[in-house]
Ligand binder design. Sequence first.
Ligand code: HPA
Ligand code: ZN
Length: 326
Amino acid sequence: NTLIALSKAMPKTELHLHIEGTFEPEQMFAIAQRNQVALKYDSVEALIAAYQFTNLQDFLDLYYQGMSVLLHEEDFYDLTMAYLTKVHSENVVHVEIFFDPQGHLSRDVSFDVQIKGIYRALQDAKQQWGMTSKLIMSFLRHLSEESAFETLALAKPYLKWIDGVGLDSSELGHPPEKFLRVFQACKALGLKVTAHAGEEGPPEYVWQAIEDIGVDRIDHGNRALEDNNLICTIQQRNLTLTVCPLSNLKLCVVDDMKDHPITRMLALGLKATVNSDDPAYFGGYMNDNYASLIQHTGINLAQLYQLAKNGITGSWMTRAQQSVHL
Ligand code: HPA
Ligand code: ZN
């Protein structure tokens, strides 16, 4: 298939990627063993067999279990390096990755250990391949505002390594406005802001992310399509949507890849991008997401090119840095 070959060859960016969601079962078992931590599953096969989700929470339950074997700086380095090596082979030239500090702090793994391991891998990728990156600290929205503020305090010594903040985990019942003051504090520190919104949550949550929080982009945004005024607002502000096709399929945000809304988003003039979210859990990395769109939707070459271009102009690189890839 020519389109698949072309999509593999295109230089791409990844703007929606949870580093803890790149934890491949084999690596998870290896690190669990070296850290002498027990996993709930006794084989890679048994673990993979559990990757059958009907909603976001089903997945999150396994995601937090999986990351619980990460204890040392080396673990965070190895996890991040494995991901970067994989996407380097897929012609991904720039990544903006999330990490979930609270998912590790709750297990007494310090902020320092986490960020030092992740950041060192990002630097090595820059040095070895010229791959550029941004690091986004994400707040867990099922936890309190106070917990988010505590996390921000721990991040203060590392602000030179952190480009932005995000909001993830269980969406329903945890609207963006719950974290309004935290995001205001982040902005005052010069951090970029994004938030998961409209994955499972209603259009109202996307409105809050835009109007109350003032996000620089929106992660997912699928359900924004239910509200025509919201569509107009996203168009007018030229907000980037970091869409995740295989994630949407695995978490039943879409029933069938042939009905994926990404081509409709493009037709509406929305700045959609392709991303892998949690590739170890959702059945594929960047190129698999493109391949699935090509195989199941009527997407054409111009649209594929537009998606990749949106990934560059929607990134937090400077215009000068972006122009290298355009
Ligand atoms: N949605 C919300 N929270 C998450 C996700 C997601 O897709 N992946 C990891 N944390
Ligand atoms: Zn996500």
